[in-house]
Write a protein that binds this ligand. Structure first.
Ligand code: HEC
Ligand code: HEC
Length: 366
């Protein structure tokens, strides 16, 4: 067979291939290309459509004991809220005249323009005296069935009575406090908050007004609450994996209820502080190292962690909980997923302004 000459190839190209190219090859390629583009487009369209459809069921079922934060806190019947009482409590919360040296207010430790904490390891109060425990947040404390790391009192009224007279916090006595308030121009505010009383400026009424104000410190509408309300798209894949892990790793057996904690006591010791928790309370010697299960609402914002503030970051706090309370060890990625879920518990903080405080009553020498 003779090899085709260049001449022959050229002729073949011009007479056979080139004319067919226009009638067959080009239209076919255009056809195939459009089919391909069509398939790709259809894929993305379908994806978009599926994404806009609501889930028929949540991607991760939430345990029945993990419930949404209520929109408002109930009042006890002996201390019903009125705008006047809340306003008085707001003033008292910010007033440094409630402490002996007139330098410490509730807001010194529970900073309401932040997350209701001071971010110190342990709190520092009157005369820079250090306390023994980390400051917990006052946001949502209204929902706690018991107050303090050891749950030693139940209500916000009982709680408020304590920092005012604690040596390392505000260091007053009830009598001094009442006299201080009378000299500080508070009488008309107490009179309108407690209109039926002859002597409205009393130690008890200070605690009642503070409690009434604190019942307004609620952080609703966290992304987790929106998820519970049926908006199943609000959580990312990572957050959902975190929620799943939180439940599977039994965190929720202790951390449950609207605050994800705060309802029960558990033994917790990690050898750093010699705080014995409930074991320090009279008649509870058998409860050494027992503490209240910490509530987890806004927990990613309230560092450092644990009753002694010994752990600086949420990642290490979660790692610690895993070592202490859960049998199965976690890897770093799993810890991050749980932390991602904990971030969905950050709610909407109310804007709290620094209030206008009453002026001291002038003293006239006769
Ligand atoms: C010097 C810092 C400091 C001051 C001032 C202070 N607190 Fe606290 N607060 C703390 C610490 C620390 C705790 C936890 C103590 C414990 O568990 O034993 C706490 C606990 C609380 C709790 C309980 C929260 C929970 O999760 O159990 C509430 C509510 C509270 N304080 C409100 C107030 C009010 C109201 C005032 C002002 C009258 C006030 N605090 C003044 C540091 C302070
Ligand atoms: C056996 C009960 C129990 C289990 C299970 C448990 N915890 Fe805790 N958790 C506690 C107690 C009690 C505290 C308070 C410790 C203290 O006094 O400092 C706490 C505190 C925390 C804190 C620190 C809160 C703060 O404000 O300082 C975080 C975060 C936390 N737990 C997350 C978790 C995670 C995540 C899991 C699951 C891996 C988990 N917990 C499992 C009982 C438990």
């Amino acid at each position: 067979m003779e090899t085709p000459s260049t001449e022959k190839i050229k002729r073949l190209w011009l007479e056979v291939v080139k004319p067919r190219m226009w009638v067959a090859f080009v239209p076919h390629s255009v056809l195939f290309l459009s089919i391909f583009v069509g398939i790709v487009l259809a894929f993305f369209l379908a994806r978009w459509y599926i994404h806009t459809q609501p889930f028929s069921s949540p991607p991760v079922e939430v345990y029945p004991l993990l419930v949404a934060l209520p929109e408002s806190a109930p009042d006890p019947e002996y201390n019903i809220r009125t705008p006047e009482k809340v306003d008085l409590g707001h003033k008292l919360f910010f007033d440094v005249r409630l402490s002996r040296s007139k330098t410490v207010s509730c807001n010194t430790c529970h900073i309401l323009q932040g997350a209701g904490v001071d971010h110190r390891t342990v709190s520092v109060g009157e005369q820079h005296r250090a306390g023994t425990r980390n400051t917990p947040t006052v946001f949502n404390a209204a929902f706690l069935p018991m107050q303090f790391w050891d749950g030693r009192v139940e209500t916000l009224e009982q709680q408020a009575a304590l920092p005012l007279i604690t040596h390392h916090e505000m260091d007053m006595t009830p009598e001094e406090l009442v006299n201080r308030l009378l000299a500080s121009g508070y009488l008309p505010y107490f009179a309108s908050a407690f209109p039926d009383e002859d002597e409205p400026v009393s130690y008890q009424n200070v605690t009642f007004a503070l409690a009434a104000f604190q019942r307004t410190l609620i952080t609703p509408n966290a992304r987790f609450d929106q998820y519970l309300a049926g908006n199943h798209k609000i959580l990312s894949e990572k957050e959902l994996r975190g929620l799943k892990l939180f439940q599977e790793a039994q965190c929720a057996t202790c951390h449950y209820g609207p605050l994800l904690g705060g309802n029960t006591f558990m033994e917790f010791s990690h050898g750093i502080s010699d705080d014995r928790g409930r074991g320090n309370l009279e008649g509870h010697a058998d409860e050494a190292n027992v503490f209240r299960v910490a509530p987890l609402r806004n927990v990613t914002l309230t560092y450092p962690y644990f009753h002694d503030g010994s752990v600086a970051t949420i990642e290490s706090a979660v790692g610690m909980m895993v070592n202490e309370q859960v049998r199965r060890p976690f890897n770093v990625l799993e810890v991050r997923e749980i932390v991602a879920f904990l971030r969905t518990l950050e709610g909407e903080f109310p804007a709290i302004a620094h209030p206008r405080l009453p002026d001291d009553v002038p003293v006239f020498e006769p």
